[in-house]
Design a protein around this ligand. Structure first.
Ligand code: NDP
Length: 291
């Protein structure tokens, strides 16, 4: 193996520590803690685990965690009414509705109901538009975490060739927008892309967000490239990413492992976005380089 392993756990712990320090300062300045409300509808076990770990991380960072549970039988209007209450609640700076929602509920309508200034997941079309046009908004946590890992590793990204595999609204598209903003030359690949290896052969940066175990062959990677594997796939061999880790690690310059790469950064970025939301709502300035 030649690649350096990009340690997302250590990077996430450092980010959480910075958030914790700034949350304590926020409490001293305003007399209240930043607050994150998480809404869980139904009893999907994986979603329940995510919600629990988000709540724990929120409290550990010195912030207020508000957990709201609705039964799987909840109606669209009950869920919308809860979002409205959270929008109006001054103690709540960030609102996250855990996806996927049970069948019959319209996730897009719920996301569009969240106050864009409390939309710490960055899924509201207003925040997608802000990202696309370079305005301050909230960037989805997973691509934001990927960008932080890339900057830690490479510093200035300008002029680098980047290929993002996947064009979902929560990972691929915002990732491509962030890399464009960072002055990379960006290619977005998807299921209709012809000859993916041809595109990857010149990619200094590869971000794989496909959802297919070990989809990206090691031999497709340009020697020395930085590979960010967003995939989380449960297989008989345990959790694996979208990249053939062993193959890619023998040719890349650096690569994120799964688990322990992008995953830990996602929750840390959620806390970061909540802290930013709290500052904006309180009219306080948070220096961009502090966080
Ligand atoms: P989606 O299923 O929404 O998107 C997958 C994308 O991959 C689509 O754009 C699809 O193209 C593309 N794709 C599918 N097949 C191919 C192919 N053969 N060649 C090239 N592209 C292809 O997934 P998400 O973006 O939500 O998630 C991607 C992965 O990241 C999943 O494994 C998920 O579990 C993981 N994930 C991890 C997170 C973390 O915290 N680490 C957070 C979020 C997701 P098309 O648009 O044409 O269908």
């Amino acid at each position: 193996m030649t690649a350096q392993i990009i340690d997302g756990k250590t990077a996430a712990a450092a980010l959480r520590a910075r958030v914790g320090t700034l949350a304590a300062q926020f409490l001293a300045d305003t007399g209240r803690r930043p607050g994150l409300a998480v809404v869980l509808v139904g009893d999907d076990p994986a979603s329940a685990v995510y919600v629990r770990s988000k709540g724990k991380a929120t409290v550990a960072a010195g912030m207020e965690s508000f957990e709201h549970r609705l039964p799987a039988t909840a109606s669209q209007s009950e869920l919308i009414a809860l979002v409205d209450r959270l929008n109006a609640d001054d103690a709540v700076d960030g609102i996250l509705v855990q996806l996927p929602l049970p069948m019959g509920l319209d996730a897009d309508a719920v996301i569009q109901r969240i106050d864009p200034d409390k939309d710490v997941d960055g899924f509201h079309p207003m925040n997608a538009g802000r990202l696309a046009t370079g305005l301050h908004g909230f960037v989805p946590c997973t691509p934001l975490g990927c960008l932080m890992l890339l900057r830690d590793r490479l510093g200035d990204l300008s002029g680098l060739d980047a290929v993002v595999i996947g064009r979902s609204n929560i990972v691929g598209k915002p990732m491509a927008a962030l890399l464009t903003q960072a002055s990379c030359t960006v290619t977005i690949a998807h299921s209709r892309t012809h000859n993916l290896p041809h595109h990857l052969a010149r990619a200094d940066i590869v971000v794989a967000a496909v959802g297919i175990p070990r989809f990206v062959h090691g031999g497709w990677i340009k020697p020395g490239a930085t590979v960010i594997d967003v995939g989380i796939n449960r297989t008989d061999d345990g959790l694996v990413g979208d990249v053939d880790f062993e193959g890619a690690a023998s040719i890349a310059g650096a690569i994120t492992p799964v688990p322990g790469g992008v995953g830990p950064m996602t929750i840390a970025c959620l806390l970061r976005n909540t802290l930013v939301a709290a500052h904006r709502r309180a009219g306080l300035v948070l220096a961009a380089d502090a966080i």
